[in-house]
Design a protein around this ligand. Structure first.
Ligand SMILES: [Zn+2]
Length: 103
């Protein structure tokens, strides 16, 4: 599984999104995992929204999100960063996914 490191997440290019990701990382839930996909739900209590973040091992661009920000800018949003941060911190979750994914 190709995930961003903590230093990449907190690098200058993501700035404000990374600060939100730190908060959102507590509210990341695994939806499902198959041999090609991992789907996550990110719950944003402050905005009363939830977003689906998808990882596709068979695509050149692995990460996508259903939020408006991602679909207009095509840059990693706070939700994608939140999932990546969570996967840096939560070995158990990452191993559960990597056991199923075929890359
Ligand atoms: Zn998003």
């Amino acid at each position: 599984m190709k995930i961003l490191s903590k230093s990449e997440i907190f690098s200058r290019q993501y700035r404000r999104s990374a600060r939100r990701a730190k908060y959102l990382a507590q509210n990341v839930f695994l939806d499902y995992v198959t041999s090609r996909h991992a789907s996550f739900i990110v719950v944003d209590d402050l905005k009363g929204r939830r977003h689906i973040v998808l990882y596709r091992s068979d695509k050149p661009i692995k990460w996508s999100c259903d939020c408006k920000w991602y679909s207009t800018k095509l840059r990693f949003c706070a939700h994608i960063l939140a999932v990546n941060l969570r996967l840096n911190l939560d070995d158990e979750l990452r191993m559960k996914i990597e056991k199923n994914l075929k890359e």
